[in-house]
Design a protein around this ligand. Structure first.
Ligand code: HEM
Length: 398
Protein backbone atom coordinates (compact mmCIF):
# COMPACT_ATOMS: atom_id res chain seq x y z
CA UNK A 1 0.00 0.00 0.00
CA UNK A 2 1.28 3.49 -0.76
CA UNK A 3 1.10 5.64 2.30
CA UNK A 4 -0.78 8.84 1.80
CA UNK A 5 2.13 10.89 3.13
CA UNK A 6 4.52 9.37 0.52
CA UNK A 7 1.97 9.69 -2.17
CA UNK A 8 1.19 13.33 -1.58
CA UNK A 9 4.34 14.51 0.14
CA UNK A 10 1.98 16.60 2.24
CA UNK A 11 3.67 17.69 5.41
CA UNK A 12 0.38 18.30 7.20
CA UNK A 13 -0.61 14.67 6.85
CA UNK A 14 2.13 13.87 9.35
CA UNK A 15 0.02 15.22 12.16
CA UNK A 16 -2.84 13.01 11.24
CA UNK A 17 -0.60 10.00 10.78
CA UNK A 18 0.96 10.54 14.18
CA UNK A 19 0.31 7.39 16.12
CA UNK A 20 -1.20 5.47 13.23
CA UNK A 21 0.51 2.41 14.66
CA UNK A 22 1.28 3.49 18.22
CA UNK A 23 3.09 0.99 20.38
CA UNK A 24 0.93 1.63 23.43
CA UNK A 25 -2.88 1.74 23.34
CA UNK A 26 -2.89 4.58 25.90
CA UNK A 27 -0.28 7.26 26.50
CA UNK A 28 0.07 10.72 28.02
CA UNK A 29 1.01 13.62 25.77
CA UNK A 30 2.63 16.14 28.12
CA UNK A 31 2.76 18.89 25.50
CA UNK A 32 -0.94 18.76 24.71
CA UNK A 33 -1.85 17.88 28.31
CA UNK A 34 -4.10 15.00 27.26
CA UNK A 35 -4.30 11.25 27.73
CA UNK A 36 -4.44 9.76 24.25
CA UNK A 37 -6.40 6.55 23.77
CA UNK A 38 -5.53 4.73 20.54
CA UNK A 39 -6.49 1.07 21.02
CA UNK A 40 -9.89 -0.10 19.78
CA UNK A 41 -10.77 -2.01 22.97
CA UNK A 42 -9.63 0.89 25.13
CA UNK A 43 -11.64 3.45 23.12
CA UNK A 44 -14.67 1.20 23.39
CA UNK A 45 -14.13 0.98 27.15
CA UNK A 46 -13.98 4.79 27.50
CA UNK A 47 -17.14 5.34 25.46
CA UNK A 48 -19.03 2.59 27.30
CA UNK A 49 -18.20 3.92 30.78
CA UNK A 50 -19.56 7.44 31.09
CA UNK A 51 -19.55 7.30 34.89
CA UNK A 52 -15.74 7.30 34.86
CA UNK A 53 -15.23 9.07 31.52
CA UNK A 54 -17.59 12.01 31.62
CA UNK A 55 -18.55 14.06 28.55
CA UNK A 56 -18.52 17.21 30.63
CA UNK A 57 -14.98 18.19 29.68
CA UNK A 58 -15.45 21.88 30.52
CA UNK A 59 -14.83 20.86 34.12
CA UNK A 60 -11.16 20.09 33.48
CA UNK A 61 -10.34 22.85 31.01
CA UNK A 62 -8.34 25.61 32.75
CA UNK A 63 -10.94 28.07 34.07
CA UNK A 64 -9.14 31.16 32.85
CA UNK A 65 -9.68 29.92 29.31
CA UNK A 66 -13.42 29.95 29.77
CA UNK A 67 -13.56 33.33 31.47
CA UNK A 68 -15.65 35.96 29.77
CA UNK A 69 -17.19 33.42 27.43
CA UNK A 70 -20.78 32.58 26.97
CA UNK A 71 -21.86 29.22 28.34
CA UNK A 72 -22.73 26.95 25.42
CA UNK A 73 -23.13 23.85 27.52
CA UNK A 74 -26.89 23.99 28.05
CA UNK A 75 -28.44 21.89 25.33
CA UNK A 76 -25.03 20.87 24.01
CA UNK A 77 -25.67 17.14 23.96
CA UNK A 78 -22.06 16.28 23.22
CA UNK A 79 -20.91 17.66 26.57
CA UNK A 80 -23.68 16.28 28.78
CA UNK A 81 -23.91 13.24 31.03
CA UNK A 82 -26.87 11.16 32.23
CA UNK A 83 -29.53 11.75 33.40
CA UNK A 84 -29.77 15.19 31.68
CA UNK A 85 -28.26 13.83 28.49
CA UNK A 86 -30.81 11.04 28.24
CA UNK A 87 -33.70 13.41 28.79
CA UNK A 88 -32.53 15.93 26.22
CA UNK A 89 -31.62 13.28 23.66
CA UNK A 90 -35.10 11.81 24.08
CA UNK A 91 -36.69 15.19 23.42
CA UNK A 92 -34.53 15.81 20.39
CA UNK A 93 -35.18 12.35 18.97
CA UNK A 94 -38.85 13.29 18.92
CA UNK A 95 -38.06 16.06 16.43
CA UNK A 96 -35.18 14.48 14.50
CA UNK A 97 -36.83 11.19 13.57
CA UNK A 98 -35.76 8.56 10.99
CA UNK A 99 -38.74 9.69 8.85
CA UNK A 100 -37.59 13.32 8.90
CA UNK A 101 -34.24 12.10 7.54
CA UNK A 102 -35.61 9.60 5.01
CA UNK A 103 -37.94 12.24 3.55
CA UNK A 104 -34.90 14.31 2.61
CA UNK A 105 -33.68 11.87 -0.05
CA UNK A 106 -35.33 13.52 -3.09
CA UNK A 107 -34.14 16.97 -2.02
CA UNK A 108 -30.57 15.72 -1.49
CA UNK A 109 -30.63 14.24 -5.01
CA UNK A 110 -32.01 17.46 -6.47
CA UNK A 111 -29.41 19.61 -4.73
CA UNK A 112 -26.56 17.32 -5.79
CA UNK A 113 -27.80 17.59 -9.39
CA UNK A 114 -27.98 21.39 -9.22
CA UNK A 115 -24.51 21.71 -7.69
CA UNK A 116 -23.02 19.42 -10.35
CA UNK A 117 -24.87 21.31 -13.14
CA UNK A 118 -22.83 24.34 -12.13
CA UNK A 119 -19.51 22.52 -12.72
CA UNK A 120 -17.86 23.68 -15.95
CA UNK A 121 -15.50 21.81 -18.26
CA UNK A 122 -13.70 18.66 -17.16
CA UNK A 123 -12.39 19.63 -13.76
CA UNK A 124 -13.91 20.20 -10.39
CA UNK A 125 -12.78 20.75 -6.84
CA UNK A 126 -14.92 18.29 -4.94
CA UNK A 127 -15.05 20.14 -1.61
CA UNK A 128 -15.89 23.59 -2.99
CA UNK A 129 -18.25 22.33 -5.69
CA UNK A 130 -20.15 19.64 -3.81
CA UNK A 131 -18.87 18.25 -0.52
CA UNK A 132 -19.05 21.52 1.41
CA UNK A 133 -22.23 23.11 0.02
CA UNK A 134 -24.39 19.97 -0.07
CA UNK A 135 -24.44 19.10 3.66
CA UNK A 136 -24.60 22.71 4.76
CA UNK A 137 -27.57 23.47 2.50
CA UNK A 138 -29.29 20.27 3.68
CA UNK A 139 -28.81 21.04 7.37
CA UNK A 140 -29.75 24.72 6.92
CA UNK A 141 -32.95 23.78 5.05
CA UNK A 142 -33.75 21.14 7.64
CA UNK A 143 -33.38 23.60 10.50
CA UNK A 144 -35.20 26.27 8.52
CA UNK A 145 -32.46 28.93 8.28
CA UNK A 146 -31.55 30.52 4.92
CA UNK A 147 -28.95 28.37 3.17
CA UNK A 148 -27.71 31.58 1.50
CA UNK A 149 -26.09 32.37 4.87
CA UNK A 150 -23.79 29.38 4.49
CA UNK A 151 -20.59 31.41 4.11
CA UNK A 152 -21.25 32.69 7.62
CA UNK A 153 -21.64 29.13 8.95
CA UNK A 154 -18.36 28.20 7.30
CA UNK A 155 -16.57 31.17 8.83
CA UNK A 156 -17.94 30.48 12.31
CA UNK A 157 -17.48 26.70 12.14
CA UNK A 158 -13.98 26.60 10.70
CA UNK A 159 -12.67 29.09 13.27
CA UNK A 160 -13.56 26.61 16.00
CA UNK A 161 -11.84 23.73 14.24
CA UNK A 162 -8.69 25.66 13.49
CA UNK A 163 -8.40 26.84 17.06
CA UNK A 164 -8.13 23.24 18.31
CA UNK A 165 -5.64 22.22 15.64
CA UNK A 166 -2.55 22.04 17.85
CA UNK A 167 -3.92 23.20 21.15
CA UNK A 168 -2.03 22.54 24.35
CA UNK A 169 -4.32 22.09 27.35
CA UNK A 170 -1.28 21.66 29.60
CA UNK A 171 0.26 24.99 28.77
CA UNK A 172 -1.60 27.00 26.14
CA UNK A 173 0.43 29.78 24.58
CA UNK A 174 -0.90 33.34 24.47
CA UNK A 175 -1.57 32.92 20.72
CA UNK A 176 -3.52 29.73 21.27
CA UNK A 177 -5.63 31.31 24.01
CA UNK A 178 -6.37 34.27 21.80
CA UNK A 179 -7.27 32.10 18.83
CA UNK A 180 -9.65 30.07 20.99
CA UNK A 181 -11.24 33.23 22.39
CA UNK A 182 -11.77 34.57 18.86
CA UNK A 183 -13.26 31.25 17.76
CA UNK A 184 -15.64 31.27 20.72
CA UNK A 185 -16.73 34.78 19.81
CA UNK A 186 -17.63 33.50 16.37
CA UNK A 187 -19.60 30.61 17.87
CA UNK A 188 -21.40 33.19 19.93
CA UNK A 189 -22.37 35.05 16.73
CA UNK A 190 -23.83 31.81 15.43
CA UNK A 191 -25.79 31.45 18.68
CA UNK A 192 -27.18 34.99 18.38
CA UNK A 193 -28.19 34.22 14.83
CA UNK A 194 -29.94 30.99 15.82
CA UNK A 195 -31.59 32.60 18.83
CA UNK A 196 -33.46 34.97 16.52
CA UNK A 197 -34.79 31.96 14.62
CA UNK A 198 -35.77 30.07 17.78
CA UNK A 199 -37.64 33.08 19.18
CA UNK A 200 -39.34 33.62 15.86
CA UNK A 201 -40.52 29.97 15.65
CA UNK A 202 -42.13 30.17 19.08
CA UNK A 203 -44.31 32.97 17.71
CA UNK A 204 -44.56 31.81 14.08
CA UNK A 205 -44.34 28.01 13.80
CA UNK A 206 -43.24 26.65 10.42
CA UNK A 207 -42.58 23.27 8.86
CA UNK A 208 -38.96 23.05 10.00
CA UNK A 209 -36.75 21.39 12.59
CA UNK A 210 -36.36 24.50 14.75
CA UNK A 211 -40.16 24.59 15.10
CA UNK A 212 -40.20 20.85 15.90
CA UNK A 213 -37.48 21.43 18.51
CA UNK A 214 -39.33 24.23 20.26
CA UNK A 215 -42.54 22.19 20.20
CA UNK A 216 -41.01 18.82 21.24
CA UNK A 217 -42.51 17.51 24.46
CA UNK A 218 -41.80 14.42 26.54
CA UNK A 219 -43.64 13.94 29.86
CA UNK A 220 -44.63 17.58 29.87
CA UNK A 221 -41.02 18.78 29.39
CA UNK A 222 -39.94 21.19 26.63
CA UNK A 223 -36.59 22.50 25.44
CA UNK A 224 -35.66 25.92 26.79
CA UNK A 225 -34.55 28.59 24.30
CA UNK A 226 -30.91 28.07 25.34
CA UNK A 227 -31.21 24.34 24.79
CA UNK A 228 -32.84 24.76 21.37
CA UNK A 229 -30.20 27.34 20.33
CA UNK A 230 -27.23 25.29 21.49
CA UNK A 231 -28.57 22.10 19.97
CA UNK A 232 -29.14 23.85 16.61
CA UNK A 233 -25.62 25.17 16.94
CA UNK A 234 -24.20 21.66 17.42
CA UNK A 235 -26.26 20.41 14.47
CA UNK A 236 -25.01 23.14 12.19
CA UNK A 237 -21.35 22.72 13.08
CA UNK A 238 -21.17 18.95 13.72
CA UNK A 239 -23.66 18.23 10.97
CA UNK A 240 -21.96 19.70 7.98
CA UNK A 241 -18.20 19.68 8.25
CA UNK A 242 -18.10 15.99 9.13
CA UNK A 243 -20.26 15.08 6.15
CA UNK A 244 -18.06 17.23 3.88
CA UNK A 245 -15.19 15.04 5.04
CA UNK A 246 -17.19 11.85 4.55
CA UNK A 247 -17.78 12.70 0.88
CA UNK A 248 -14.22 13.86 0.20
CA UNK A 249 -12.62 11.00 2.09
CA UNK A 250 -14.80 8.40 0.33
CA UNK A 251 -13.76 9.63 -3.11
CA UNK A 252 -10.14 9.79 -2.01
CA UNK A 253 -10.22 6.24 -0.63
CA UNK A 254 -11.79 4.95 -3.85
CA UNK A 255 -9.38 6.89 -6.04
CA UNK A 256 -6.33 5.53 -4.24
CA UNK A 257 -7.79 2.03 -4.66
CA UNK A 258 -8.74 1.97 -8.36
CA UNK A 259 -9.72 -1.70 -8.40
CA UNK A 260 -12.38 -0.94 -5.79
CA UNK A 261 -13.41 2.23 -7.60
CA UNK A 262 -14.13 0.14 -10.71
CA UNK A 263 -16.10 -2.47 -8.75
CA UNK A 264 -18.22 0.10 -6.93
CA UNK A 265 -18.88 1.96 -10.19
CA UNK A 266 -20.09 -1.24 -11.80
CA UNK A 267 -22.09 -2.51 -8.80
CA UNK A 268 -23.85 0.29 -6.98
CA UNK A 269 -25.19 -2.00 -4.30
CA UNK A 270 -21.64 -1.71 -2.91
CA UNK A 271 -21.88 2.07 -2.37
CA UNK A 272 -23.11 1.87 1.27
CA UNK A 273 -20.34 -0.58 2.19
CA UNK A 274 -17.72 1.54 0.45
CA UNK A 275 -18.89 4.49 2.54
CA UNK A 276 -18.69 2.47 5.77
CA UNK A 277 -15.19 1.36 4.91
CA UNK A 278 -14.19 4.95 4.04
CA UNK A 279 -15.51 5.99 7.46
CA UNK A 280 -13.25 3.42 9.07
CA UNK A 281 -10.24 4.11 6.85
CA UNK A 282 -10.33 7.93 7.06
CA UNK A 283 -12.52 8.75 10.06
CA UNK A 284 -13.70 12.39 9.85
CA UNK A 285 -14.22 12.94 13.58
CA UNK A 286 -10.64 12.43 14.70
CA UNK A 287 -11.17 12.30 18.43
CA UNK A 288 -13.79 12.65 21.13
CA UNK A 289 -12.95 14.13 24.51
CA UNK A 290 -13.83 12.91 27.98
CA UNK A 291 -12.87 13.92 31.53
CA UNK A 292 -12.13 11.32 34.21
CA UNK A 293 -14.26 11.53 37.34
CA UNK A 294 -11.94 9.25 39.36
CA UNK A 295 -8.51 7.67 39.07
CA UNK A 296 -8.72 4.71 36.75
CA UNK A 297 -6.62 2.15 34.92
CA UNK A 298 -6.67 1.82 31.16
CA UNK A 299 -4.35 -0.03 28.78
CA UNK A 300 -1.84 -0.58 31.57
CA UNK A 301 -1.69 3.12 32.54
CA UNK A 302 -3.04 4.82 35.64
CA UNK A 303 -5.02 7.89 34.63
CA UNK A 304 -5.64 10.38 37.45
CA UNK A 305 -9.03 11.91 38.27
CA UNK A 306 -9.95 15.14 36.44
CA UNK A 307 -7.73 14.32 33.45
CA UNK A 308 -8.61 15.17 29.87
CA UNK A 309 -8.81 12.01 27.76
CA UNK A 310 -9.09 11.96 23.96
CA UNK A 311 -10.17 8.79 22.15
CA UNK A 312 -8.60 8.76 18.70
CA UNK A 313 -11.38 7.12 16.72
CA UNK A 314 -9.46 7.14 13.44
CA UNK A 315 -6.50 5.38 15.00
CA UNK A 316 -8.69 2.85 16.84
CA UNK A 317 -10.35 2.13 13.51
CA UNK A 318 -6.97 0.92 12.25
CA UNK A 319 -6.03 -1.11 15.30
CA UNK A 320 -4.34 -4.29 14.01
CA UNK A 321 -5.39 -6.11 17.19
CA UNK A 322 -8.98 -5.64 16.12
CA UNK A 323 -9.17 -5.31 12.32
CA UNK A 324 -7.44 -7.71 9.95
CA UNK A 325 -5.16 -5.79 7.54
CA UNK A 326 -6.39 -2.46 8.91
CA UNK A 327 -4.40 -0.37 6.41
CA UNK A 328 -6.13 -2.01 3.48
CA UNK A 329 -9.28 -0.37 2.15
CA UNK A 330 -11.70 -3.24 1.69
CA UNK A 331 -15.41 -2.45 1.21
CA UNK A 332 -16.30 -6.13 1.61
CA UNK A 333 -15.11 -6.06 5.24
CA UNK A 334 -17.90 -7.76 7.15
CA UNK A 335 -18.65 -7.03 9.89
CA UNK A 336 -17.19 -3.52 9.96
CA UNK A 337 -17.77 -2.29 13.52
CA UNK A 338 -15.88 1.00 13.05
CA UNK A 339 -16.13 3.73 15.65
CA UNK A 340 -16.36 6.69 13.27
CA UNK A 341 -19.78 7.68 14.68
CA UNK A 342 -18.73 6.94 18.26
CA UNK A 343 -20.37 4.34 20.51
CA UNK A 344 -22.79 4.17 23.39
CA UNK A 345 -24.99 6.92 24.76
CA UNK A 346 -23.48 9.64 22.55
CA UNK A 347 -23.55 7.66 19.30
CA UNK A 348 -23.93 10.20 16.49
CA UNK A 349 -27.52 11.33 16.17
CA UNK A 350 -26.86 12.44 12.57
CA UNK A 351 -25.41 9.13 11.34
CA UNK A 352 -28.50 8.23 9.24
CA UNK A 353 -28.40 11.66 7.57
CA UNK A 354 -24.66 11.49 6.88
CA UNK A 355 -25.01 7.99 5.41
CA UNK A 356 -27.95 9.08 3.25
CA UNK A 357 -26.12 12.12 1.89
CA UNK A 358 -23.03 10.03 1.20
CA UNK A 359 -24.96 7.35 -0.66
CA UNK A 360 -27.05 9.75 -2.77
CA UNK A 361 -24.16 12.06 -3.67
CA UNK A 362 -21.72 9.27 -4.49
CA UNK A 363 -24.23 7.54 -6.75
CA UNK A 364 -25.01 10.72 -8.66
CA UNK A 365 -21.31 11.59 -9.01
CA UNK A 366 -20.62 8.15 -10.48
CA UNK A 367 -23.63 8.40 -12.83
CA UNK A 368 -22.57 11.76 -14.16
CA UNK A 369 -18.83 11.28 -14.36
CA UNK A 370 -17.94 7.66 -15.12
CA UNK A 371 -14.24 8.60 -15.48
CA UNK A 372 -13.98 10.65 -12.34
CA UNK A 373 -10.45 10.61 -10.86
CA UNK A 374 -7.93 12.72 -8.98
CA UNK A 375 -6.42 15.58 -10.97
CA UNK A 376 -2.83 14.44 -11.62
CA UNK A 377 -1.63 18.06 -11.79
CA UNK A 378 -3.04 19.35 -8.51
CA UNK A 379 -2.42 17.83 -5.08
CA UNK A 380 -5.24 17.44 -2.60
CA UNK A 381 -4.98 19.31 0.68
CA UNK A 382 -5.59 17.75 4.03
CA UNK A 383 -7.20 19.21 7.12
CA UNK A 384 -5.49 17.86 10.20
CA UNK A 385 -7.00 18.94 13.49
CA UNK A 386 -7.55 17.45 16.91
CA UNK A 387 -11.21 17.38 16.07
CA UNK A 388 -11.49 16.75 12.32
CA UNK A 389 -9.61 14.76 9.70
CA UNK A 390 -10.14 14.89 6.00
CA UNK A 391 -9.59 16.53 2.65
CA UNK A 392 -10.18 20.23 2.47
CA UNK A 393 -9.37 20.38 -1.26
CA UNK A 394 -9.73 17.49 -3.67
CA UNK A 395 -9.21 18.48 -7.31
CA UNK A 396 -10.78 15.98 -9.72
CA UNK A 397 -10.92 15.51 -13.49
CA UNK A 398 -13.46 13.65 -15.58
C1 HEM B 1 -22.18 12.88 17.90
C2 HEM B 1 -19.32 11.71 14.17
C3 HEM B 1 -22.53 13.63 11.06
C4 HEM B 1 -24.94 15.44 14.82
C5 HEM B 1 -21.16 12.36 17.15
C6 HEM B 1 -20.07 11.58 17.69
C7 HEM B 1 -19.27 11.27 16.64
C8 HEM B 1 -19.85 11.84 15.44
C9 HEM B 1 -17.97 10.47 16.69
C10 HEM B 1 -19.89 11.15 19.15
C11 HEM B 1 -19.21 12.23 19.97
C12 HEM B 1 -18.89 11.76 21.37
O1 HEM B 1 -19.07 10.59 21.72
O2 HEM B 1 -18.40 12.62 22.15
C13 HEM B 1 -19.95 12.13 13.02
C14 HEM B 1 -19.48 11.85 11.68
C15 HEM B 1 -20.38 12.39 10.81
C16 HEM B 1 -21.42 13.00 11.59
C17 HEM B 1 -18.19 11.08 11.36
C18 HEM B 1 -20.40 12.38 9.30
C19 HEM B 1 -19.77 11.51 8.58
C20 HEM B 1 -23.48 14.25 11.81
C21 HEM B 1 -24.64 14.92 11.28
C22 HEM B 1 -25.30 15.45 12.34
C23 HEM B 1 -24.57 15.09 13.54
C24 HEM B 1 -25.00 14.99 9.79
C25 HEM B 1 -26.56 16.23 12.38
C26 HEM B 1 -27.40 16.41 11.45
C27 HEM B 1 -24.39 14.90 15.97
C28 HEM B 1 -24.88 15.17 17.30
C29 HEM B 1 -24.09 14.44 18.19
C30 HEM B 1 -23.12 13.72 17.38
C31 HEM B 1 -26.03 16.08 17.68
C32 HEM B 1 -24.20 14.39 19.72
C33 HEM B 1 -24.96 13.18 20.16
C34 HEM B 1 -24.93 13.00 21.66
O3 HEM B 1 -24.04 13.54 22.33
O4 HEM B 1 -25.84 12.32 22.17
N1 HEM B 1 -21.02 12.50 15.78
N2 HEM B 1 -21.12 12.83 12.93
N3 HEM B 1 -23.48 14.36 13.18
N4 HEM B 1 -23.35 14.02 16.04
FE1 HEM B 1 -22.30 13.35 14.49
Amino acid sequence: MTSIADDWGVHEAQFWLRGQAPEAPVSYDPEAGIWCVYGYQEVQHVLANPATFSSNTQRVIPQEMLEGQEDFSEGNLIQMDAPEHKKLRGLISHAFTPKVVADLEPRIAELTGELLDAVDGHRMELVEDLAYPLPVIVIAELLGVPSSDREKFREWGSALMESTQEFSFADPSEDQRQQLQEAMQKVSKLSDYLREHVEDRRRNPREDLITKLVQAEVDGEHLSDDEAVNFSNVLLIAGHITTTMLLGNSILALDTNPEWFARVRADRSMVPRAIEEALRYYSPFAGTARATTAETELGGERIPADALVVTFLGVANRDPKYFTDPDIFDPTRDPNPHLAFGRGAHFCIGAPLARLEGRVALNILLDRFPNLRRDPDRLPKFLPSLSMTGVKELPLVF
